[in-house]
Write a protein that binds this ligand. Structure first.
Ligand code: BYC
Length: 330
């Protein structure tokens, strides 16, 4: 049922004078910067679009644990292992806050999980790329969490209260994640020649996929116009991508690494970097399920879901027993 609703969210923005009075009053609240809370009236499209975005965001946090979880047992020192473990646990927490925020809109966590496992909901494209070396842990923290922060800081001001509030804590934790990634890159970039090579190789592989995290270019973004009118999104995909490039290129220079883009240059007139577009065919291919690790990621999530069945069954049986005891005692 929800999967069909999701399909219908890609529409344009209705002008104020074509809205019915309830919709118009809602839009005026949004325009005034009011927060919308779960029990408030909201247009169906607003609810659907939020469930889509928050649900995908939650799935991304959970699937996002996999490429880094892959390195916990192989971290080079006890300290790095403890830090990586904490980071990966934080991502689980982010997923849970976000599933809770989505649940306030009337969709259950189980329903969202099923749609992920059935391929009816997406998660971030970036997690369909493999993490091949320890330097990738640096690149993921630095670039992937860096891109996530760029996208999520403005979402602290998003119009839906539970989503905005979840973002506050997530952003604080993401800042730590980004710093730990940069710290790994510093160590590698200032290490032996072999380590520096690994750091450069990680940057080469993660640069363009990180730019893709912001979504397709504005002309191909189906949801941006309406999402921005409803303040579900605060910036366009291209705006955030540009900010990310402007912030990250000097960091790469500081590391002594080269961004793998021959067309990257500072533009004095615009006061920002010019850079190459990512390969959008690759992006659409990855989000259609054909990236290097899509099958592996989904199979891992399916396996975890199946392996957890006995826990869910046990907890439901326990809850049912308590309920029946409670009723009997009254
Ligand atoms: N990957 O109309 P558009 C993290 C889809 S987790 C996959 O521009 P929208 C972290 C899009 O869904 C980071 N799909 O969409 C975790 C739509 O398809 P549907 C996750 C993508 O929603 C662990 C179609 O393309 N962050 O940080 O307006 C460790 C057209 O796009 C992607 C969030 O989720 C993509 N990259 O804008 C470390 C933030 N991009 O749904 C780090 C919240 C686009 O119609 N989300 N698509 O089938 C957003 O801000 C927005 O949803 C996006 C996309 C900017 C991502």
């Amino acid at each position: 049922m929800y999967a069909q609703m999701v399909k219908s969210t890609g529409h344009g923005v209705k002008p104020l004078d074509e809205m019915d009075p309830q919709e118009r009053a809602f839009q005026e609240r949004i325009d005034a910067g009011d927060k919308i809370e779960p029990k408030d009236w909201m247009p169906d499209g607003y609810r659907k679009n939020l469930i889509r975005q928050i649900g995908q965001h939650a799935h991304s946090e959970i699937v996002g644990q996999l490429p880094e979880g892959n390195w916990i047992t192989r971290a080079p020192t006890l300290e790095r292992k403890a830090i990586l473990l904490a980071k990966v646990q934080d991502e689980a927490g982010h997923g849970l806050y976000l599933y809770c925020a989505a649940e306030t809109l009337g969709v259950s966590r189980d329903e969202l999980t099923r749609m992920l496992l059935d391929g009816k909901m997406k998660y971030s494209s970036i997690f369909n790329y493999p993490t091949l070396t320890w330097a990738d842990m640096g690149a993921v923290g630095w670039l992937v969490d860096g891109a996530a922060i760029m996208n999520q800081v403005p979402l602290q001001r998003t119009s839906y209260g539970p989503y905005a509030r979840a973002m506050v804590r997530i952003c604080k934790e993401e800042s730590f994640h980004q710093r730990q990634g940069f710290d790994i890159m510093m160590k590698m970039a200032n290490g032996t020649d072999a380590q520096k090579k690994m750091a450069q190789d990680a940057l080469n592989r993660f640069w363009f996929p990180s730019l893709m995290m912001f979504g397709p270019s504005d002309k191909d973004s189906v949801h941006s116009a309406q999402s921005m009118a409803w303040r579900i999104k605060m910036n366009t995909n291209d705006e955030l991508r540009q900010k990310f490039v402007d912030q990250t290129v000097p960091q790469a220079e500081y590391l002594g690494l080269t961004v793998p883009d021959p067309d990257l240059r500072w533009n004095d007139e615009t006061g920002q970097y010019d850079f190459s577009e990512p390969n959008w065919d690759e992006f659409f291919d990855v989000i259609s399920g054909n990236g290097p690790c899509n099958t592996e990621r989904l199979n891992t999530r399916k396996q975890a879901w199946d392996d957890g069945a006995w826990v869910r069954d046990g907890m439901l049986a326990h809850a049912a027993k308590r309920k029946s005891q409670g009723i009997a005692a009254q």
